[in-house]
Design a protein around this ligand. Structure first.
Ligand code: GLP
Length: 263
């Protein structure tokens, strides 16, 4: 696991946007895995800027989002489809038919999981998956004790996740308690996983992810097994790590190596 500790959320977003750019510049028809939540917002702003200035085109890119609430229509302002349109898709040159998000209104939500998996497979799999992390260590909506071998399916949200995400819902608005999410195995099959986290509220989950035991209690800890996982965090999110100095030294030496021998 590559651990990159930066000073601010701004720097986290800059690097994340650069990784997305590099992926798309290397392969114009890349398949990207997208995340919602507050964390990737700044990254999306930077991606939009790059697209507007003509340095990055999404014309051939395909995307798959991690998850969607069950019961919310694409037009519902709290749905993840709406979030993605508002914060990214409506502002870049991506083809609408190339953007995929689980259907929260699927007549049969149980069938939606395998159908979504089939679409990912048909697209050739995900090249780069952006991830946030829940304060309880969830990725996508794979809550603690999710099967490490899980695939896209319906999940019941924990109290802790419902509380964390309550801020996105207005008073009196019904907050769904079920979601369809890519599974942990689905995420693990992405060729490169980039997990972003900012702030002290994520420090415990980040410590468990990077240094804790591999455990279904912290679903993100599975990334210890990923061949190419990059964790980009700000100082606050890194505050509970024990080997901080080591990660910083690895990064410096990595940069020196890259400068000499290229990537
Ligand atoms: C939700 C999403 C996750 C996201 C998490 C953290 O639960 N399903 O994909 O990583 O929130 O969100 P935030 O970035 O707002 O802290």
């Amino acid at each position: 696991m590559e651990v990159i500790i930066l000073n601010t959320p701004e720097e986290v977003a800059t690097l994340a946007a650069e990784l997305v750019s590099k992926q798309v510049q290397d392969r114009s028809d890349s398949v990207l895995g997208m995340a919602t939540g507050g964390t990737p917002l700044k990254t999306y702003e930077k991606i939009i800027k790059k697209n507007m200035t003509g340095t990055l085109s999404f014309a051939e890119v395909t995307t798959f989002n991690l998850d969607e609430y069950i019961g919310l229509s694409p037009e519902h302002p709290r749905s993840y489809r709406y979030f993605m349109q508002e914060n990214l898709f409506d502002h870049i040159d991506i083809r609408p038919e190339n953007t995929h998000i689980p259907n929260g209104l699927a007549e049969n939500p149980i069938d939606e999981g395998p159908a979504y998996e089939a679409k990912i497979l048909a697209a050739g799999g995900i090249d780069l998956q952006i991830l946030g992390i829940g304060s309880d260590g969830h990725i996508g909506f794979n809550e603690p004790t999710s099967s490490m071998g899980s695939r896209t399916r319906v999940k019941t949200l924990t109290e802790s996740t419902l509380e964390d995400n309550q801020r996105f819902f207005k008073a009196g608005e019904t907050q769904p308690t079920l979601a369809i999410t890519m599974g942990i195995q689905t995420i693990m099959e992405a060729r490169h996983v980039v997990l972003l986290a900012n702030g002290s509220g994520k420090a415990e989950a980040i410590q468990q992810t990077i240094e804790g035991p591999l455990s279904a209690r912290c679903p993100a800890s599975i990334l210890q097994f990923h061949e190419k996982a990059t964790v980009i965090i700000d100082e606050e999110a890194s505050s509970k790590l024990e080997l901080t100095d080591y990660y910083k030294r690895v990064r410096e030496e990595q940069e020196t190596l890259l400068a000499r021998f290229g990537d």
